[in-house]
Ligand binder design. Structure first.
Ligand code: NAG
Ligand code: NAG
Ligand code: NAG
Ligand code: NAG
Ligand code: NAG
Ligand code: NAG
Length: 487
């Protein structure tokens, strides 16, 4: 090649590169379509519509330039390689599509990778694991595990996705004894920005393995989770709802439950206090489980005996049935906002914070018709083995499951025009009750919060160095705009 033609050749490469950099998402979509024919969907098609309309919350129903629907791990790798050539095209990764945060699983005008077709659930006989495609929902998992009397650390709402819940942490029925949902992962298979598909487990890429447990979408596209299984029998659980006459009794019972010396690793509770501005009603709704398999265990009586009750479904059952029950509490086709903090336990903190919340929801109920919930639970214990850390930064001998009370706010409403005022209000209120250093569980955090910072400076540095090592082009920091970022 003469020097002139090599200069020309170099120029052509540069130009091609430049035009890729500046290419519109439409060009990226075209390139995806030609490599993945029949798997890229455009506005106006049924596949595009049904993908958009299947997001749980209306605020997630953004309109991307196209949606890629990979059907295999190879399709995911191809998509990542093509997107890497068009760094100006934003993209989002969608599993269950249950995030309350706009942009976390969809992107307006960019490319959304809808993982829902990758949902195979395969029991690995003799290995005590189940392999789950990253686009599966928890109901898909329980449909396979429940009939065999085995289970996994998994979600408590049927249509929550495995990918989002697990990569953000996850709280399960079995968390008080077994830890976070992400701690139940034996292996992640993940497509990296380099175009490589790798496994991350305790032996292979252990730094990535740790980072992925609470790393959300920061490191690549997870394509498969191998989840550890364990034997279960039907256990006691369900929901109880109450009118406001029981508020004090419920909060006293929850306070008793949270008193560190009363910690019971078989018992898990989701305590919701709800307000409906259209009726003015406050209701307590308790979802409570006791995993020994005993019917009507005496250990729950201090809770289940609270009266009067409006409804009570306590029974012996299995995760799939319990997860469908909580699913049925969901109100479809509404906008939502959420925010989280956590408090160090004290005998008065729960009742005091609930009182502030009540005053606040009466005020925001004047902005729009809404339902507001404050949700009280326990955090799972950290991994006790230093060989299997997650990203959350609790030391193996610490006890956040006893010491901290996570406190989650959510608002559901129909009137889109109220979003600005309600966002302002929830940001102000969470700031009022929050302490800046408090741990924030990322799956319940609002997009305006910084849960990764709440894992501590040491964790942030670790996560950043894993990002530099496994995502050297920083694709998942720059091109994936939704989710909590590392920088
Ligand atoms: C897609 O949905 C929109 C609004 O929900 C509707 O106007 C349009 O007709 C739908 N298109 C198709 C192809 O179903
Ligand atoms: C979502 O992302 C867009 C940019 O793609 C941005 O303009 C918008 O503010 C984001 N919305 C939220 C709620 O973060
Ligand atoms: C699961 O347990 C039930 C009893 O709860 C039993 O009847 C059934 O045979 C078990 N199924 C399997 C596959 O072991
Ligand atoms: C709550 O239930 C009790 C007992 O059924 C009833 O007396 C009371 O009026 C109810 N309160 C409201 C606000 O519905
Ligand atoms: C319960 O709600 C009713 C009506 O919504 C209200 O009048 C009453 O004061 C409330 N009671 C308590 C204990 O908050
Ligand atoms: C709530 O809905 C009712 C009935 O549709 C309406 O009259 C009222 O103005 C709404 N309230 C607010 C704050 O938007």
């Amino acid at each position: 090649m003469s020097s002139l033609s090599s200069v020309f050749f170099l120029g052509a490469i540069l130009l091609a590169h430049l035009s890729h950099c500046l290419a519109s998402p439409a060009v990226t979509c075209q390139s995806l379509s030609s490599t993945l024919p029949g798997k890229v969907f455009y506005p106006g098609s049924d596949a595009y519509n049904s993908s958009i309309n299947s997001y749980t919350y209306v605020n997630d129903r953004l309109l991307p330039a196209c949606i890629v629907g990979p059907r295999s791990t190879g399709d995911v790798v191809s998509s990542v390689k093509i997107l890497g050539k068009y760094p100006s095209t934003h993209f989002a990764i969608r599993g269950g599509g249950h995030s309350s945060n706009t942009n976390f699983s969809n992107t307006a005008g960019g490319v959304t990778i809808d993982m829902r077709a990758i949902k195979a659930v395969t029991i690995n006989e003799g290995r005590d694991t189940v392999s789950v495609g990253a686009g599966a929902l928890w109901r898909d998992v329980y449909a396979k595990t429940d009939p065999r009397n085995i289970s996994v650390l998994g979600g408590r709402i049927a249509t929550v996705g495995v990918g989002g819940l697990t990569s953000g942490g996850g709280i399960s029925y079995f968390s008080p004894s077994r830890g976070w949902v992400c701690d139940g992962v034996a292996n992640f298979e993940i497509a990296l920005s380099s175009g490589k598909l790798v496994n991350a487990n305790v032996d292979s890429n252990p730094d990535l393995f740790a980072a992925l447990k609470g790393g959300q979408n920061n490191f690549g596209i997870i394509t498969r989770f191998d989840l550890k299984t364990f034997v279960i029998k039907p256990f006691w659980g369900g929901t109880i709802s109450y009118n406001n006459s029981t508020d004090d009794a419920i909060l006293a019972a929850f306070t008793k439950h949270k008193t560190p010396k009363n910690y019971d690793q078989e018992m898990s509770i989701v305590q919701n206090m709800a307000y409906d501005s259209s009726t003015g009603a406050f209701n307590g709704i308790t979802a409570v489980y006791y995993t020994t398999g005993q019917a009507n265990p005496k250990q729950l009586k201090f809770y289940t005996d609270i009266k009067p009750q409006l409804s009570n479904t306590m029974r012996l059952s299995k995760p799939g049935d319990f997860a469908q029950e909580l699913e049925d509490f969901g109100v479809p086709d509404e906008y939502t906002l959420a925010a989280v903090t956590s408090f160090r336990f004290s005998p008065t903190v729960i009742a005091e914070t609930h009182a502030k919340w009540k005053a606040w929801v009466l005020k925001i109920g004047k902005i729009a018709n809404l339902t507001a919930v404050v949700n009280l639970q326990s955090l799972p214990p950290p991994p006790r083995s230093p060989r299997t850390p997650n990203s959350f930064g609790f030391s193996p001998n610490s006890h956040p499951e006893k010491d901290l009370v996570p406190f989650t706010l959510s608002i559901n409403y129909k009137d889109a025009s109220a979003t600005g005022a309600l966002t302002k209000e929830i940001r102000r209120f969470i700031k009022e009750i929050d302490r800046p250093e408090s741990f924030k569980y990322m799956n319940y955090a609002g997009w305006f919060q910084d849960p990764i910072k709440s894992f501590g400076a040491v964790q942030v540095q670790k996560l950043r160095s894993v990002s530099r090592k496994y995502d050297s082009t920083q694709m998942f920091q720059k091109q994936v705009v939704g989710g909590f970022k590392l920088w």
